[in-house]
Design a protein around this ligand. Structure first.
Ligand code: DX5
Ligand code: ZN
Length: 217
């Protein structure tokens, strides 16, 4: 069970200190937003390159951008270890995943709360991660949508029945109150922004989330 703090909730003027403050994390989650696919605008490949110089932790880059295939190479060169794209944002999902893998980066596919995972069986062999959004993408600090839980179980069930090894990631509204629910549903990686970076002790917050997950495993 892994915890990936989202630096969206960190102090953008102090990103270097923020990543050192979560040195016990498994991955660093980087939320890239383009103002088109989602209303908010955040950061691009230069910020990923800057983070790469500051941490050895894997950089898990979540692309909330239209036609992300246009930026795959730039983020790969910047040092992303994982690139996750939204099924709703890609005209050609298969080619986009292929492009990510060609760059030697692990590929993830993300689903918004209202998107069903139909058709997923045709791309499962190409993904290292399936991200089930547990809020609508665009902003940190939103409330967890419990109606997404059956989808987490569905994806975890598929992994089991097809004997795949991809991670089942959840993102949005993860707190000590909701982590048990996603762990029980079969999530293997949780993204947490507010719950980690707004805590007085981010390292302790990560440990507590881990405890909350393993209690339900
Ligand atoms: C939402 C982002 C999330 C967000 C999570 O669009 O993809 O990664 O930062 O933030 P919290 O944990 O505060 O809901
Ligand atoms: Zn995210």
């Amino acid at each position: 069970m892994k915890v990936a703090p989202s630096i969206l909730a960190a102090d953008f003027a102090r990103l270097a200190e923020s990543v050192s403050a979560v040195a016990n994390a498994d991955w660093i989650h980087v939320d890239v937003m383009d103002g088109h696919f989602v209303p908010n605008i955040t950061m691009g490949p230069d910020v990923v390159a800057a983070l790469r110089r500051e941490t050895h932790l894997p950089l898990d880059v979540h692309l909330m951008v239209e036609e992300p295939i246009r930026y795959v190479e730039a983020f790969a060169k910047a040092g992303a270890d994982r690139l996750t794209v939204h099924v709703e944002a890609c005209r050609h999902v298969h080619s986009t995943l292929q492009a990510i893998r060609t760059c030697g980066v692990r590929a993830g596919i993300a689903y918004n709360p209202a998107t069903s995972v139909s058709g997923i069986e045709y791309i499962l062999h190409m993904v290292d991660l399936v991200l089930v959004m547990t809020v609508n993408p665009g902003f940190g600090g939103q409330s967890f949508l419990s109606e997404t839980l059956p989808k987490v179980s569905e994806v975890a069930g598929l992994r089991e029945s097809r004997q795949h090894e991809f991670e089942v990631q959840v993102d949005g509204g993860i707190t000590l109150e909701t982590i048990g629910l996603v762990a029980e549903a079969g999530a293997s990686v949780v993204v947490a922004g507010t719950a980690v970076f707004k805590a007085s002790n981010p390292q302790k917050a990560i440990e507590e989330l881990r405890k909350g997950m393993s209690a339900k495993e």
